[in-house]
Design a protein around this ligand. Structure first.
Ligand code: NAP
Length: 231
């Protein structure tokens, strides 16, 4: 993830780089550090994928039977672009996002027409329980179906919060830009929607792995997520 020094995640709201520092470093560093982490793909929430995917809703030409099980499109050796989309709101029109093979993680309530659309697009899909929120089961299915072990969870804050609460994050990699947002209520990089007083990170502790200061003053932080001693 990338954030301002106050942890907020909308780069368009941040203060600009200081005089003499290049613009757009946040996006460049995001890609470069992701490549260095060496995952076999990335995972985003429905809102973030909707900003990337450019397809439109349409009626599929046919609706085959037996759509309601894990469907593997032709990955062609590509990394995976995984969207956690419980209600099947994202439309792709192709089988990739930024060159990586799309895998939609869905709730069982999505329509046959939507599943047929995904198949026509060449998109893979799997189910995360009746509501599409069983992230643990979805990660097991993803690992078994595609043989992947390392995926980069790339936001936004809501899906990060849901993975945190589910105990599914084993490392945090954060690019802190020399920038400020400052407005109360603007989302941070973890936004679990829970009950007042709930602690989505309870039982966990962060162990420092690496700090690197990049050109222009961005700081790349990496921590391993461990079980806390008193957990
Ligand atoms: N700074 C960065 O590094 C960075 C990285 C990525 C994204 N972003 C920005 O973050 C913004 C979007 O973030 P966001 O937090 O609003 O959305 P998000 O995390 O991308 O997506 C949230 C959606 O995921 C779905 N979802 C699936 N499983 C869920 C679960 N178990 N619990 C909760 N939601 C679940 C829900 O979709 P339904 O509403 O359909 O149920 C929910 O509304 C974008 O503007 C994007 O540009 C920033």
């Amino acid at each position: 993830m990338g954030s301002s020094i106050d942890g907020r995640l909308h780069p368009s709201r941040w203060t600009p780089p200081a005089t003499g520092i290049a613009d757009g470093l946040v996006h460049r560093y995001y890609e470069e550090t992701a490549a260095r982490l060496g995952g076999e793909g990335w995972i985003v929430g429905r809102t973030t994928m909707a900003e990337i995917a450019k397809g439109h809703p349409r009626l599929p030409s046919a609706i085959p039977a037996s759509l309601r099980r894990t469907h593997l499109g032709d990955r062609k050796g590509r990394d995976l672009a995984v969207a956690i989309d419980p209600h099947g709101k994202v439309h792709y029109g192709r089988d990739d996002a930024g060159g990586d093979h799309v895998v939609a993680v869905l709730g069982e309530g999505v329509s046959d027409a939507y599943l047929a659309e995904l198949r026509e697009d060449g998109v893979s899909y799997l189910f995360a329980g009746p509501e599409g929120r069983d992230l643990s089961a979805a990660m097991d299915t993803l690992g078994a179906a595609f043989g992947v072990r390392t995926l980069l969870l790339e936001g936004g804050g809501i899906i990060n919060g849901a993975f945190l609460k589910a105990g599914l994050i084993d490392e945090v990699s954060l690019l802190v830009s020399p920038a400020l947002d400052g407005l109360a209520g603007v989302p941070t990089i973890f936004e679990y929607h829970g009950e007042p007083g709930e602690r989505p990170a309870a039982g966990k502790a962060l162990r420092h792995l690496q700090t690197e200061t990049l050109e222009g003053g961005t700081v790349w932080l990496r921590y391993r997520v461990e079980d806390a001693e008193d957990a």
